[in-house]
Design a protein around this ligand. Structure first.
Ligand SMILES: Nc1nc2c(c(=O)[nH]1)N[C@H]1C(S)=C(S)[C@@H](COP(=O)(O)O)O[C@H]1N2
Ligand SMILES: [Mo]
Length: 401
């Protein structure tokens, strides 16, 4: 910090940590890029679950598919927060360069970096809050999350294209342990697209942590986050699940509850003695709970998988949805709408078709006991490889569309 070169410092304040280097940044960037790719692809798969094309129905196998893809989505999104912060730390002196841009083209590039950083930070933090089931903002999460995903990915691709020379150079260079001289520092990188004319002072000899140490510390931090959050999917890790707020032991029948009957305002309707399942279609009919219990019971072990990242395996018993669809005059090619007793909200109905329809149960029992009111008593939908949000609870009607 003491040996600021004569004249105006190109970087203000004058940063000189020897820990920063193109090699380090490129390696961090590679991990960030891989995580964002996984997060984006799994996010798109999740989006597809919500809005499948009618000619390409969501498969029903593997039945734990959404557990894996959504678990990966939330896990990569969560670890991207520290990864992105470390990546930003490794380059942030560049944000203070003076003058801020060398040319109009350069100004546009810098602006795209600003868009990238801002959109990525908003995307990741709001996603993280969502996984913690906390929605402190007034806008609707899903469309904003999806829109920002395109902005983030678009600006990442642009950033990679612009920085390709730096990336190539940085990945070839060694992250030399403590030895800053085996490494061309960022400022001095002859291949750098953001190279400057003046030479920076040689960085001081490092004391304490090395560059490799930075990578190791980042890796440990990421590991801790993974271990304390995957408990929401990997049940044996639940006891250390600090970030896994949805835990099976907290719910009836050892299954977490997304929204309780009281939160949904359905308790009265759900326990009403005259409850009936109304089936609409070419041959409409209605079933009481006693009628339903007399039908052949089917059992299935389907996980319940929330878009917020938690999932648990569960044993269900009930009737096959396709059986009552057939009785109402539909078949395996029908599209079926299931409507909840829940009066409001976007989760109070869902549409099912294709392989998931053939496998789906209307469940009366969960893990060996009558389904709890918070899990959807008297009757709820459950299907394999299906986003939790689409497994409608407290059913009122089944409609052959
Ligand atoms: N009617 C209705 N069904 C619903 C919901 C809801 O809020 N209302 N939440 C959904 C969500 S987001 C999930 S993850 C699952 C959770 O089921 P569980 O609460 O029984 O675990 O139910 C789904 N079914
Ligand atoms: Mo959910």
């Amino acid at each position: 910090m003491s040996d600021v070169p004569a004249g105006r410092p190109r970087v203000w304040p004058h940063f000189s940590s020897p820990l920063r280097s193109t090699a380090l940044t490129a390696r961090l960037g590679r991990v960030v890029g891989i995580c964002f790719s996984i997060c984006f692809v799994t996010g798109m798969l999740s989006h597809y679950q919500y809005h499948p094309w009618s000619w390409l129905p969501e498969p029903s196998a593997p039945l734990w598919g959404y557990r894996i893809t959504q678990g990966l989505h939330v896990a990569t999104g969560t670890i991207l927060i520290p990864l992105l912060l470390v990546k930003l730390w490794s380059v942030y002196p560049n944000l203070f360069r003076w003058p801020p841009a060398k040319s109009a083209k350069h100004a546009i590039e810098r602006l795209s970096v600003a868009v990238l950083v801002a959109s990525a930070l908003v995307e990741l933090t709001t996603g993280f809050f969502n996984a913690l089931n906390w929605y402190p903002w007034p806008w609707s999460f899903v469309p904003v999350h999806r829109f920002l995903a395109y902005v983030v990915v678009g600006s990442i691709l642009l950033h990679i294209a612009v920085k390709l020379p730096d990336i190539k150079y940085g990945l070839k260079a060694k992250v030399a342990d403590g030895d800053v001289l085996t490494e061309v520092p960022w400022e001095d990188n002859p291949h750098s697209s953001s190279n400057n004319d003046e030479k920076p002072p040689p960085p001081p000899t490092p004391e304490g942590i090395s560059r490799r140490g930075v990578l190791t510390a980042t890796g440990i931090g990421v590991g801790v986050i993974v271990l304390t959050s995957v408990g929401q999917t990997v049940t044996p890790l639940e006891p250390i699940g600090l970030l896994a707020i949805r835990q099976s032991k907290k719910g009836p029948a050892h299954v977490p509850v997304n929204r309780t009957a009281d939160q949904a305002g359905v308790r009265k309707l759900a326990v009403a003695p005259d409850w009936q399942l109304r089936v609409r279609g070419p041959q409409p009919f209605a079933l009481t709970l006693a009628d339903i219990e007399q039908l052949t019971a089917h059992e299935a072990s389907f996980p319940i998988t929330c878009v917020e990242g938690w999932s648990v395996g569960a044993e269900w018993r009930g009737m096959k949805l396709i059986d009552i669809v057939r009785r109402a005059g539909g078949d395996v090619d029908s599209h079926i709408r299931l409507v909840s007793l829940e009066p409001h909200g976007s989760f109070n109905q869902s549409v099912i078709f294709g392989p998931q329809l053939s496998e789906a149960l209307l469940a009366t029992h969960l893990n060996g006991t009558r389904i709890d009111i918070d899990h959807g008593y008297p009757l709820r939908l459950i299907a394999p490889n299906r986003a939790g949000v689409l497994n409608t609870k407290w059913l009122k009607t089944v409609e052959v569309l």
